[in-house]
Design a protein around this ligand. Structure first.
Ligand code: SF4
Ligand code: SF3
Length: 538
């Protein structure tokens, strides 16, 4: 195996014996094969579109889910990944029969699917020999994985965007095209960012249409006395179905990690048994799932290989999977039957208290726009001197204590804009407020980084600036998995410069590709808190 798609990759170079995330080598190579056949299918759908034919949205959905499955910490289940390879090959074979001009199709589109294990060994990251081409192909592929994940959530809410799917598939197919130069691939990378903005806008529209616009909300982080289910990951439709099915059952529902922002949506407030948020970012789940006592439903990444003590309480749905854990699913638009989870919950003790108090969030675009006058006035008077975007991911690396320290040391006339699970490094600190505006404004999940971009664009308009980089906003972003890659590419597409990315720069950036990002966009790593404060002018 060779995998270097996440920030925790072994030695900042690549996982080769086993994933730091716990991914076993046979799973890693089967994920490589799934990416390969998904690219093959994408080459076929791209050719069909070029020939004027339509591609059914079930095929678009399959491609997005396949990519999502291969995101860090989403799916560790060899059987379900292998089944997706088989399903994808069958769909591809059928569509291939409709292609008139097969001449230009790559090998991946024609491979007939004999001997998965042998083939899998030959189609991984290292199959591309030139390190710059490899770096760009992987950067594009990881950005598309993040985009596909967000697309999947929109699809689950019956929001489809054929133009976006067509782009996603054509870009995937281009990563197989040996005629593309480094310059072509750099241009394609930026185009991925453009569709990253579109994909996040689609998901934002899907979420807010279904559940209303997030609003300022205080979320309890303590526990109640009823047995309960913990729901983690990013899929709000799954949460809706779970809350509906747990009504009047005596079972409470708590959010975990990236599901916390669900509390900010008006729609979910009508459920009296929607009890609060339990725990922290994904990487602390071994302790927290144990003490939760009840079943845990993982709707997406990030799964940490479970301890035996709670493995029978860990359930998966959608793109998530873990061998030995039960999986519940249904086609989009149909109801998933979560009754076995609810029955299990009834027999479990209530969650053990690990924290008390509350946290505040809900500062997505509409809520911040509603406060615009106050915010603008605070900037004009100098009460707010700078905004610091600290969105992205949390992770287990000790070096990430940097982000807590950074938040703590920020001058009192600065406000943190956050989204994603990175917030758990500082959302329980008492950082106070500026004239009633909390110093940590949480817009939501990592995909809600879109809100942060809209807020920046709104401020640019209000202050009559030509360039978003003239705003008093600095970017100190933490990344871990591939959703952060699409967020980064989206910000680059919007023209944001001088983003600092940590705790380490991606291993998949070759020195030359890193140089392009540094020279063209001012991308930088992090150093020490004090030095970075100085660099940011804080
Ligand atoms: Fe390693 Fe990250 Fe890949 Fe897991 S996802 S195998 S930790 S690089
Ligand atoms: Fe976190 Fe996995 Fe990225 Fe959606 S839950 S931000 S790491």
């Amino acid at each position: 195996m060779f995998c270097y798609q996440c920030q925790e990759t072994a030695g900042c170079k690549g996982c080769t014996a086993c994933g730091v995330c716990g991914k076993q080598p046979e799973v890693a190579v089967m994920q490589d094969l799934l990416v390969y056949v998904t690219k093959g299918l994408s080459a076929v759908t791209t050719q069909l579109r070029a020939e004027g034919k339509t591609v059914d949205k079930t095929v678009n959905h399959l491609i997005s889910v396949n990519l999502f499955i291969t995101i860090t910490n989403a799916n560790f289940d060899l059987d379900s990944i292998t089944a997706k390879v088989t399903e994808t090959l069958a769909v591809k074979e059928e569509l291939l029969g409709q292609v008139q001009n097969k001449e230009s199709l790559p090998e991946a589109a024609l491979w007939n699917g004999s001997d998965y294990a042998e083939k899998a060994k030959t189609v991984g990251v290292l199959a591309t020999e030139n390190e710059d081409i490899r770096s760009l192909r992987e950067l594009i592929t990881y950005g598309l994985k993040g985009l596909a994940a967000y697309t999947k959530h929109a699809n689950a809410l019956l929001n489809d965007d054929e133009e976006l799917d067509a782009f996603l598939q054509s870009a995937l197919a281009k990563t197989l095209d040996d005629s593309l130069s480094v310059d072509d691939l750099v241009a394609l990378t930026l185009e991925v960012g453009k569709y990253g903005v579109q994909g996040m806008a689609d998901l934002d529209a899907a979420n807010t249409t279904a559940y209303g616009n997030p609003e300022i909300t205080t979320v309890d982080i303590g526990v109640r006395k009823n047995p309960a289910i913990l729901i983690s990951g990013h899929d709000l439709k799954d949460l809706e179905m779970l809350l509906e099915q747990t009504k009047n059952t005596g079972v409470d529902v708590y959010t975990h990690s990236e599901m916390l922002p669900a509390h900010y949506y008006p729609f979910f407030k009508k459920y009296p048994h929607f009890a609060g948020n339990y725990g922290n970012a994904w990487w602390k789940q071994k302790e927290e799932f144990e003490s939760f006592n009840g079943p845990v439903l993982m709707t997406t990444n990030c799964i940490v290989p479970p301890k035996d003590s709670y493995k029978d309480r860990l359930w998966t749905t959608g793109a998530a999977g873990y061998p030995g854990c039960k999986h519940i699913d249904a086609p989009y638009g149909e109801v998933k039957d979560f009754s076995p989870i609810i029955e299990q919950a009834k027999k479990c003790p209530p969650p053990a208290e690990i924290e008390t108090g509350s946290i505040i969030g809900g500062f997505a675009h509409e809520q911040v726009f509603a406060l615009a006058d106050t915010v603008v006035e605070a900037v004009k008077t100098g009460a707010i001197r700078k905004f610091v975007v600290m969105a992205g991911c949390d992770g287990r690396a000790k070096s990430r204590s940097y982000y807590q320290e950074f938040a703590e040391k920020l001058p009192k006339d600065t406000v943190i804009l956050t989204a994603g699970c990175a917030k758990y490094k500082y959302n329980k600190l008492d950082l106070g407020d500026i004239g009633g505006i909390p110093r940590v404004l949480d817009a939501g999940q990592c995909n809600d980084s879109y809100s942060l971009a809209l807020i920046a664009l709104k401020l640019k308009e209000v202050f009559g600036l030509d360039d978003v980089n003239d705003l008093p906003i600095v970017y100190n972003i933490a990344w871990y998995e591939q959703k952060a890659v699409i967020v980064l590419l989206a910000l680059l597409y919007l023209g944001v410069k001088n983003i600092h990315l940590g705790p380490t720069l991606p291993a998949f950036l070759s020195p030359n590709v890193a140089k392009v990002l540094v020279d063209s966009f001012g991308i930088a790593g992090i150093t020490t808190v004090d030095e970075d404060m100085r660099i940011f002018g804080l």
